[in-house]
Every structure is written in structure tokens, then in C-alpha cells.
Design a protein around this ligand. Structure first.
Ligand code: ADP
Length: 392
């Protein structure tokens, strides 16, 4: 079972391993609120139930009841491991690991690094431990894949003591996705992962670029928190930090309030004044909405900046890879980014690029760098790591 627990949500996928076959998937939303929504997909059909679900433990119990009642499994013994997506492992949990009391305590101590996500991740782990006390729970950290970044990439040029004493450094996120896409792209290109250099564009609501050299992450655009890097659905990405103090004064707001605006009211939403969703912006842009066009162009420019710089940093990319909601589905966004990289000799083929949600080479034969669309699959990566640790 691969689990992604948010503060009021719980996403799950049950996979047959090692075949990596999806058995069922679903989502519980509005946990702790009135009229929670439980959705489960069985044989392609969505079953939805609306009822009050008080907390994550109740959600997990309901999930197990459904799995049995809908004949998806005959007994809970069939679930041999649960893998949990965890936002960050900080400096000490550098790879996926079995979560025992010691690891729970370490994650609890890291809450400052992810005050929104980590308590939710912990709640999810506790709920599954309670419901299945004899089953191994594994933590799969969004930061783990980026642990191979060299110091020159992960250190900020700030007083060194901030890093040594307070752990302030770039951690990076979306690592599970970047790792899956690295392994899958190597397979598609017929190369060993240790021989592949990639620039991966994970473009979803949250978005990050990753520089992969010899199969390992050597730099990524998100930082100490997911706020750094390129503009996203509602996040600003990089800005001059002095803007924070300046706007605190102008708007008479606290630092926390300004950071909240940079996280939740910026990016696509802030620039366009319209929506955080790329689909809305693309429609509006077609109809000539100036600020929607601006939001799209600002993001594409910043993505192209990162791709060009990472291409140099890794000594030349074998491929540029697009993944996640926008990367997999938005042909115009891919084209906009790649056309900005024309001086590198990289070219997209409009016919090949006219695709959604499938694995495909989308560059021309004479492109100097191949361009691929590779749908991500974080759940499979979580299930693989869970199985690996159970076998160990
Ligand atoms: P996250 O996991 O960070 O919430 P996703 O990877 O689901 O984000 O990506 C969401 C973004 O992808 C939205 O901006 C959405 O508009 C865009 N998108 C475009 N086409 C699709 C599609 N067919 N399905 C889902 N998201 C899509």
C-alpha cells in the first residue's frame, strides 16, 4: 500500500508487487470536517461515499472495510507493507527506511522543516501502525534522491553557522518523482541509470527542475522548503528576500503572513489574478487575457533558465524530460520552454509533441538533446522501496 497523507486527506494505492500492478486506488478528502468524501476506484469504476470521517484512523479503518467488502482483498494479511510519502528526512534520514519508534521521533523533531506536511505524514503513519500493528511501515522521503547533491549545490551563501547549527541548506523535493523518471528514462533510452545525464522538469501544481548526472541528483530548483525555484500554481519561486521585509511594512503584515502569500497567492494565481490551474490560464491566454499570458511566459522563461544552466552543470544532458500534470499534458507549455532553448540546438517535433499523458520522444531527429514526456509514478517508487526494505 502506497500512502500520501495530507492534513485533511489521504491518498492510497494498493499494488501487487513485484509486478507493480495497480489493484485499486483512491482518496479520502475533508478528513476531520463535515461531509468527508471517500473515493475508491475498482475495475475502472469510481465509488464515492460522503460521510463524516473524524480523523485519519477512522479513514484507514473505513479503507480496510471497503477493501474487504468490495472483494478487492480477502484478508488484511494480504497487505505486507505500507509505504508512506514523507516530505523531508532532514539531514539524518537520507534514504527510505522502516519507521520504528526512533524514526518517528526523528521525524517529529523535524516538524519545523515542514510544519504543514510533516504532522500530516506522521498522522498517516500512526493510523496505519495502529490498524496493522504487525505490518512494516516504510517512510519514503521527498528529499532522499537529492542527498547526492554536492556541497556547492546545496549550500546557501549565508553564515556557515546557519547550516551547521540550524540545518539551513537546500534539501530539494519531488525526489521520489525525479528518481522514478530517471530510472524509467534510462530504461526507455536503453542506458544504465549510472550512465545517464538528464534535466527533469516536474511541472505540476508544485514544480521543480532536477539536474541528474550519472543517474544521481546533483542539483534541484526547490530548496530549504518547496517555495524556492520556478514559479508554480500558487508559489512565487525565487524572489529577492528583501521583498519580504519591504512588503511587511507596506501591507502591515507579519513575516508569516507574507510567506503565506508567497506560498499560496503567488505564481500563476498571483500573476494572472485568475487561477492557479494551467488549464484555465491556457484557455484565457488563447482569448487574449494579458495577465494569463504573462504568468505563462514568466514561468516558461524561468524554467528555460534552469534547464540551460543545469544542462551545462551536468556536462551535457542526454535528454530533457517533462513529467507531472503540466509536463505530461500541456503540449504548448513544453513547446514554449523548448523553443526558448533553440540556441542549444534542441528542437521539438510539433506532431510528436501533440500528445497527453503518454511516454514519448517528442524531439526532432536532428535535435542535439532528446526531449521526452515520461509520466511519473511516485506510488510505484514508494512500493518498490517498501518491498526492498521488507526483503532486507
Ligand atoms: P500536484 O501533484 O502538484 O498537485 P499535478 O501533477 O496533479 O500537481 O498537476 C496539476 C497541474 O497540471 C494543474 O495546473 C493542471 O491544470 C495541470 N494539468 C493539465 N492537464 C491536466 C490533466 N489532463 N490532468 C491533470 N492535470 C492537468
Amino acid at each position: 500500500m502506497a500512502v500520501n497523507a495530507g492534513s485533511s486527506s489521504l491518498k492510497f494505492q494498493l499494488l501487487e508487487m513485484p509486478e507493480e500492478k495497480l489493484i485499486t486506488s483512491g482518496l479520502v478528502e475533508r478528513i476531520g470536517l463535515k461531509a468527508s468524501v471517500f473515493t475508491i476506484k475498482v475495475n475502472g469504476e469510481k465509488i464515492v461515499e460522503v460521510k463524516d470521517i473524524e480523523n485519519h484512523s477512522v479513514a484507514v479503518k473505513m479503507l480496510f472495510e471497503k477493501l474487504i467488502n468490495l472483494n478487492i482483498i480477502q484478508s488484511l494479511d494480504e497487505i505486507i507493507g505500507v509505504g508512506h510519502r514523507v516530505l523531508t528526512g532532514g539531514r539524518s534520514l537520507t534514504d527510505s527506511c522502516v519507521i520504528g519508534d526512533k524514526e518517528m521521533a526523528i521525524i517529529e523533531n523535524l516538524v519545523d522543516l515542514g510544519p504543514l506536511h510533516l504532522p500530516a505524514n506522521l498522522t498517516g503513519i500512526k493510523a496505519f501502525k495502529e490498524a496493522l500493528p504487525n505490518v512494516i511501515n516504510v517512510g519514503v522521503f521527498d528529499t532522499a534522491f537529492h542527498q547526492t547533491m554536492p556541497e556547492e549545490a546545496f549550500l546557501y551563501a549565508i553564515p556557515y553557522d546557519w547550516y551547521e547549527t540550524y540545518n539551513v541548506r537546500k534539501y530539494g523535493f519531488h525526489g521520489t518523482s525525479h528518481k522514478y523518471v530517471t530510472l524509467r528514462t534510462a530504461q526507455i533510452m536503453g542506458k544504465k541509470p549510472e550512465n545517464i545525464n538528464l534535466v527533469i522538469c516536474h511541472l505540476g501544481n508544485g514544480a521543480s527542475i532536477c539536474a541528474v548526472k550519472n543517474g544521481k541528483s546533483v542539483d534541484t530548483s526547490m530548496g530549504f522548503t518547496p517555495l524556492e525555484g520556478i514559479p508554480m500554481g500558487t508559489r512565487s519561486g525565487n524572489i529577492d528576500p528583501a521583498v519580504v521585509e519591504y512588503m511587511m511594512g507596506k501591507k502591515n503584515k507579519s513575516c508569516k503572513e507574507i510567506i503565506n502569500i508567497l506560498n499560496k497567492q503567488s505564481g500563476y494565481l498571483g500573476l494572472s489574478g485568475l487561477s492557479s490551474d494551467s488549464r484555465d490560464l491556457l484557455v484565457a491566454a488563447k482569448n487574449g487575457h494579458k495577465r494569463a499570458i504573462l504568468a505563462i511566459e514568466v514561468q516558461a522563461k524561468r524554467i528555460a533558465d534552469y534547464v540551460a544552466s543545469y544542462h551545462c552543470y551536468i556536462g551535457g544532458a542526454d535528454a530533457i524530460v517533462f513529467t507531472a500534470g503540466i509536463g505530461e499534458n500541456e503540449a504548448t507549455t513544453r513547446e514554449n520552454i523548448i523553443s526558448r532553448l533553440a540556441p542549444l540546438g534542441v528542437k521539438i517535433d510539433p506532431k510528436l509533441n501533440a500528445c497527453r499523458g503518454i511516454e514519448r520522444l517528442v524531439s526532432t531527429d536532428d535535435s542535439t538533446i532528446k526531449v521526452y514526456v515520461v509520466p511519473t509514478n511516485e506510488e510505484v517508487m514508494i512500493a518498490r522501496d517498501t518491498l526492498r526494505l521488507i526483503q532486507q
